[in-house]
Unconditional design. Sequence first.
Length: 220
Amino acid sequence: MQISPSVLNADLADLAAEVRRVESAADWIHLDVMDNHFVPNLTFGLPIIERLVSQVAIPADCHLMIADPDRWAPGYAEAGAGSVTFHVEAAAKPRQVAKDIRAAGARAGVAVKPGTPLSAIEGLIRGIDMILVMTVEPGFGGQSFMAEMLPKVQQARRLADSADVDIWVQVDGGIGPETIERCAAAGADVFVAGSAVYRAQDPAIMVELLRASAENGARP
């Protein structure tokens, strides 16, 4: 069970310090890149991530909510991100995007919006390292978890297992103490938590609590 705190609800004016608050407990730091085209919000881009990666020890888990990932996604891997996830809805040649991310040295993930069926990524499965099932509409932090996505998480787990390679299933959106066990029981093993972590009095302790809850939910 891996926890990847999202910095969307952190103090973006002091991003490196905010990342260090969870560095001892988390597995990844989740960086949401939004371009105000693919989603109606704007966050940060490649120069900031490249600088951040050089300042912190925890590996970067970049979620690209951007148009034209075919052009931009490999650059995030080249900048030092350990995992780069792009949206299948935005890619012209998703198989090539995943290949380029891997060639640049990162794990390749593919994300699907709530309304996108997993059939959209079935042909990519042997060329990726992670499936990201969005449990909110992408674009903003602090949204409510969409419980109707749990069957989709189960389907993603079956799809990942059918490939007979190590493919992670990540969930992102409304993940907290009340929802993480259900996601783990459905088959997720990587959890993005933003508000739950960075609005907690001690973000690192919250990460450990979330991990324990996920492990509890994953038990048969």
